[in-house]
Design a protein around this ligand. Structure first.
Ligand code: SAM
Length: 230
């Protein structure tokens, strides 16, 4: 899979994309990242990319010419183009799973007041928002989308179950995941002195009982914390 990002601030992305799972995904050749500075397609000597809005108003708008040039250069027969905007569809786990099936994603991170309306009309297949708040730029939203998508590319997570049985996933009915415990089996709370024990069922080695307990925990957590998902 190839993921290109068009941005005015490439450094926002290169750091995070070179860490942890994202680094492994690219080093193993499962995902190829391309981070592109929009300014290289800017207009004139000053590489201008923005202009004042027609009709007046505060802030600048990203001009169409640099963006049309960028998309022409990056295009491929398999591309799927996404503009990150607070006006887009709310990005969810099901979108991450769906987008992971594409061969080539091109993500556009906006800045200022956003992009010229003609870019939205002509260059974009889909608009996504990461939540109902306004950020200064689309770089963090692009990273959020990339991280969530790349985990679903087969082979990226060592144990495929990690991405299958987790919060919002089908095996958990779209609800919240059950709680996890690790060593030590008994931990003394340094503040209260109370002995905190791992639930007994997890120590039995009885897979059917553990499975049942986890399903119950998952349902109870979803009911109490995210009733909207039930
Ligand atoms: N004027 C725009 C509006 O009112 O809808 C907001 C522009 S915002 C300051 C600048 C850029 O940040 C946007 O073009 C978009 O790429 C990005 N952005 C901000 N909030 C976002 C969100 N919640 N989800 C996705 N992208 C967002």
């Amino acid at each position: 899979m190839k993921i290109d990002v068009v941005t005015l601030f490439p450094d926002y992305l290169t750091g995070p994309l070179g860490q942890s799972m994202m680094r492994k995904a690219s080093e193993s050749g499962l995902v190829e990242f391309g981070v592109h500075d929009l300014r290289q397609w800017g207009i004139g000597k000053r590489r201008t990319v923005d202009g004042i809005p027609y009709g007046g108003g505060a802030g600048m708008v990203l001009r169409p010419e640099p963006l049309f040039r960028a998309f022409t250069e990056l295009q491929s027969p398999d591309m799927h183009r996404i503009y990150l905007t607070p006006q887009g569809k709310r990005f969810e786990q099901s979108d991450a799973e769906r987008l992971a099936k594409h061969k080539h994603l091109i993500l556009l991170a906006g800045r200022y007041e956003g992009v010229d309306g003609r870019v939205r009309d002509r260059l974009v297949d889909e608009e996504l928002s990461i939540g109902d708040y306004v950020l200064t730029g689309g770089e963090l939203p692009a990273l959020v989308v990339i991280d969530a998508v790349v985990r679903h590319v087969p082979g990226v997570l060592g144990d495929e179950r990690s991405s299958q049985e987790e919060t919002f996933s089908e095996p958990l009915g779209g609800g919240l995941e059950y709680p996890h415990y690790t060593r030590p089996e008994i931990f003394k709370d340094p503040q209260t002195g109370k002995q905190l024990k791992v639930p007994d069922v997890l120590l039995t080695g009885h897979h059917a009982d553990i499975e049942k307990w986890r399903k119950e925990q998952s349902k109870a957590a979803t009911r109490s914390r995210r009733p909207d998902l039930t």
